[in-house]
Ligand binder design. Structure first.
Ligand code: 5GP
Length: 198
């Protein structure tokens, strides 16, 4: 098991409805030492890929993206959730259905911060059905920019997002892939990672 899988095994809590709670170290209280290991690992996995910007989505992506940016030495832009409908044309807009809150949000990124010259690494905490990623991919494509890679902390491999995104041809690196989990026993199984992940 790698460092993140070990931490999930130790501190993650399996909830009903396919929800994995990791709020003691990832998306409420944040373990910055762990975030550094994640940043280092993404840097290793995307070595040789030109990247000049990181894109994430509020709220839980922001912390990990900021620490990762220290390893890539690039700015971080986050897609903002917006309720307002009268957007002034200065924004890229995508609609994202929230896995955890079961509602739809518009997410926006100002046109000032993404353009055709950008090679973007998309970062997020979870990949479940892939809606958040599809929204961010849409924003990158509206900007005429390139998705250089996608870094996810925890992919739930039993949900379809990962397969969909890989089938679209993106270079997706998930640091931990949960193969299955059981709310009754609290057990979590991980997919073996076939390469020499640290
Ligand atoms: P997707 O859009 O891929 O269906 O879901 C990804 C988003 O939903 C992530 O940004 C994350 O915030 C949230 N999410 C999905 N599954 C889980 C989960 O099992 N636990 C937690 N804490 N968040 C999740």
């Amino acid at each position: 098991m790698n460092f993140l899988e070990e931490r999930i095994q130790r501190d993650g809590i399996v909830k009903e409805g396919n929800v994995l709670k990791v709020d003691t170290f990832l998306n409420h209280q944040m373990d910055i030492g762990l975030f550094r290991q994640m940043g280092e690992e993404w840097k290793r996995r995307f070595a040789g890929t030109p990247i000049n910007k990181i894109l994430t989505i509020e709220a839980s992506g922001i912390g990990i993206a900021c620490i990762a940016s220290e390893y890539f030495d690039v700015p971080v832009v986050f897609a903002k959730k917006s309720k307002s409908v009268n957007l002034d044309g200065g924004m890229y807009v995508a609609e994202v259905e929230s896995f955890t809150h079961k509602c739809k949000n518009q997410v926006i990124v100002s046109k000032k911060f993404l353009g055709p010259e950008d090679r973007v690494l998309i970062i997020d905490d979870f990949l479940a059905n892939g809606y958040a990623l599809q929204g961010m991919i849409s924003i990158v494509s509206q900007a005429g920019a390139t998705v250089a890679g996608i870094g996810i902390a925890i992919e739930k491999g039993f949900q379809p997002g990962g397969r969909t995104i890989r089938n679209l041809g993106y270079h997706l690196e998930s640091l931990a892939i949960v193969e299955d989990m059981d709310a009754e026993t609290g057990k979590i199984w991980f997919q073996e990672q076939n390469e020499n992940a640290g």
